[in-house]
Design a protein around this ligand. Structure first.
Ligand SMILES: Cc1ncc(C[n+]2csc(CCOP(=O)(O)OP(=O)(O)O)c2C)c(N)n1
Ligand code: SF4
Length: 317
């Protein structure tokens, strides 16, 4: 099989993977659910990177979005509510050769999974974390989530969510050793593709908040953004997410932002008058725990035993 490279020369592949190689069971989300767009984009990014499906693992917690591993033709682990990230970290620590993708919801990550969220960002293990944020608990039918906007009518708060929504961007940016923070909407395919691709290329934990349509339970969350793209602020920079004119034509409000500027990223994230899209923060040099923790993995059992004995002998009189 042949593939055309960016410079128009030909690559010859022993195995060539098509989109179908990354697809699993038939996706069963509601019509119009934004999860479809993210799933299809993940398939495309994997296909374009030609990652062997058997080298890839999709990990999730519980929720509508957490059904993603079922729809992947890769390895997958549909875990417990709020525990996608510890599972992903465990997989990465034992199998650093695997490409790890995490699918988690706003309830799964920011509520029951808030502890693992903090520590996983600090561990900075090499994986893509896609938070499908529809501002509601979808699977369990419309309970308030941490990102439900104040006043949103839900089944747990029928008179309106009483508190201001949690800001996942400022929280994530505030975690020690954070290395990649991006935000995107599910309904702009070119921006979604380039954001997930950039997240995948980053070595470390790539945190991507995907603002996701749930037309069944939180239609009022995304609809105003779709109808008023001027509410969004597109972050442009040569080191940011590549974006073509089609994206810039939709999101006319733009701001040049260097993603290495943490203070600038925090200021953008804190300003809730605009919803930033693009790469807020990128530190390619942050320590990556799976690299640190896998030192010596190539040693044989005999070598490891000898090293342990030598360490113990150092305490002997
Ligand atoms: C320990 C535990 N608590 C509660 C639940 C019930 N539960 C399942 S999914 C979910 C919330 C899902 O919301 P979210 O993570 O935002 O994902 P979405 O369905 O919106 O994609 C809850 C509360 C559970 N399965 N396990
Ligand atoms: S309830 Fe909402 S999030 Fe869940 S599948 Fe339906 S549209 Fe998607």
């Amino acid at each position: 099989m042949f593939g055309l490279k960016a410079d128009w020369s030909l690559d010859v592949f022993e195995r060539y993977f098509t989109l179908g190689d990354y697809a699993g069971g038939e996706a069963r989300w509601c019509p119009g659910c934004g999860d479809f767009a993210v799933l299809n984009t993940v398939h495309r990014v994997l296909r374009d990177a030609q990652l062997p499906p058997e080298q890839t693992v999709a990990v999730s917690g519980i929720g509508c979005s957490s059904r993603l591993p079922h729809y992947m033709g890769t390895y997958g682990f549909h875990g417990l509510h709020g525990r996608a990230l510890p599972l992903a970290n465990g997989i990465k620590s034992r199998r650093p050769d695997l490409d790890v993708w995490v699918a988690t919801g706003d309830g799964d990550c920011f509520s029951i999974g808030a502890g693992p969220w903090i520590h996983s960002i600090r561990y900075n293990m090499d994986m893509v974390v896609l938070v499908f944020d529809n501002a509601i608990y979808g699977l369990t039918k419309k309970q308030t989530s941490p990102t439900s906007p104040e006043g949103m009518l839900t089944n747990t708060h029928p008179y309106g969510a009483p508190l201001p929504a949690l800001n996942p961007l400022t929280v994530t940016l505030g975690i020690t050793n954070v290395s990649f923070v991006a935000q995107v909407v599910d309904w702009n395919p070119p921006l979604l593709y380039e954001t997930i691709k950039a997240a995948h290329q980053h070595k470390g934990t790539s945190f991507v908040r995907v603002i996701q349509r749930c037309p069944v339970f939180s239609q009022d969350f995304c609809k105003p953004m779709q109808e008023h793209p001027e509410q969004m602020l597109l972050l442009t920079h040569e080191n940011g997410i590549p974006m073509d004119d089609s994206v810039k034509r939709v999101f006319k409000e733009q701001h040049e932002h260097d993603p290495s500027d943490w203070v600038g990223a925090m200021a953008i994230a804190r300003d809730e008058s605009r919803i930033p899209l693009g790469l807020l923060y990128h530190d390619p040099d942050a320590p990556v725990y799976d690299v640190l923790s896998s030192a010596g993995r190539e040693k044989t059992n005999e070598e490891k035993l000898a090293a342990i004995n030598a360490a113990l002998d150092s305490f002997a009189i």
